[in-house]
Design a protein around this ligand. Structure first.
Ligand code: ADP
Length: 274
């Protein structure tokens, strides 16, 4: 009689345990599947330029009598090699932002410096497309975080704005302070008048290697990793990145980050006072 009573009491607990175990296994399996997909994607992305390089080098050898053809093939080899280099660099950047704790070397970072750096990075590309870049509001604002990671995040957003916009349009970068109950936030919004993103794609563009139009992305040297990096940097800084877009009209990507406040600065200057 007593054994029965005990097992009746234990049974519900047992089934909950089993359920937890099953949930754990499902989550473990999901993570494993994501990892496997990622490795498959990386392999595929690497194979494309490597395959092209190998074909082109054969073509160069076959065309050794024809200097014009050699030059043409060599030019294309250079494009593929550049693509390979930027893919490997973005993979390194992604693995850094995933593995390093950004707050280990966090410091107050001036937003106007981040904005200037991002604009600088795209100046050439914007110039050839006659895209005007305008920044506002960044003076005096400072965010709290890892300078290199923050620069990479904002740089990616501005680079995308330029890449996915037609010639003679405008890219705006607007920064402001926003008060929220948990303290002040800095918001940096990058607005373009580009091709826009459909609602369906909006949900997926932050995934690694997801591209709305792979051919177009490749043409502009895209790797499909930029927004995954931005999302990671925002989240690990306790912030977020959101997108508003209207197809054919343009997009706004908004980065929200913690402000470098007076309390944090004091802690930084006198780390042993707290
Ligand atoms: P990519 O290297 O292809 O630019 P990202 O991760 O930066 O990779 O972006 C993923 C995809 O999201 C892009 O391929 C593009 O289809 C879309 N996208 C990103 N930014 C914009 C934008 N400003 N306007 C329109 N589409 C964009």
């Amino acid at each position: 009689g007593e054994a029965l009573a005990v097992s009746a009491r234990v049974a519900p607990l047992g089934s909950r345990l089993v359920l937890l175990l099953v949930e754990d296994l499902t989550e473990a399996r999901r993570i494993e599947a994501v990892r496997r997909d990622f490795v498959a994607n990386v392999s595929h992305e690497l194979k494309t330029p490597v395959g092209a390089l190998s074909l082109l080098s054969e073509a160069v050898m076959d065309a050794s009598e024809d200097p014009e053809a050699v030059e043409r093939f060599a030019g294309r080899m250079q494009i593929e090699a550049t693509r390979l280099t930027s893919l490997v660099q973005e993979l390194i950047d992604l693995s850094r932002v995933q593995n390093d704790d950004p707050l280990e070397d966090a410091e107050p970072v001036r937003v106007d410096e981040l904005v200037a750096e991002a604009i600088d990075r795209c100046r050439h590309q914007a110039g050839t497309k006659q895209i005007t870049m305008a920044a506002a509001g960044a003076a005096e604002l400072r965010v709290w975080g890892n300078r290199g990671q923050l620069a990479a995040a904002l740089g990616n957003l501005v680079e995308n704005a330029v890449n996915y916009s037609p010639a003679r349009t405008r890219v705006g970068i607007a920064a402001r302070r926003v008060s929220v109950p948990s303290g002040d936030l800095i918001e940096v919004a990058v607005t373009d008048q580009g091709i826009g993103i459909s609602d369906k794609d909006k949900e997926r563009i932050f995934e690694r290697f997801y591209r709305v139009d792979p051919a177009r992305s490749r043409q502009t040297g895209g790797t499909g990793l930029g927004l995954a990096i931005v999302k990671h940097v925002a989240a690990s800084h306790g912030g977020e990145v959101t997108v508003w877009s209207s197809e054919g009209q343009g997009s706004t990507f908004t980065l929200r980050l913690p402000e470098a406040g007076a309390a944090r600065d004091r802690a930084l200057q006198h780390p042993d006072l707290d």
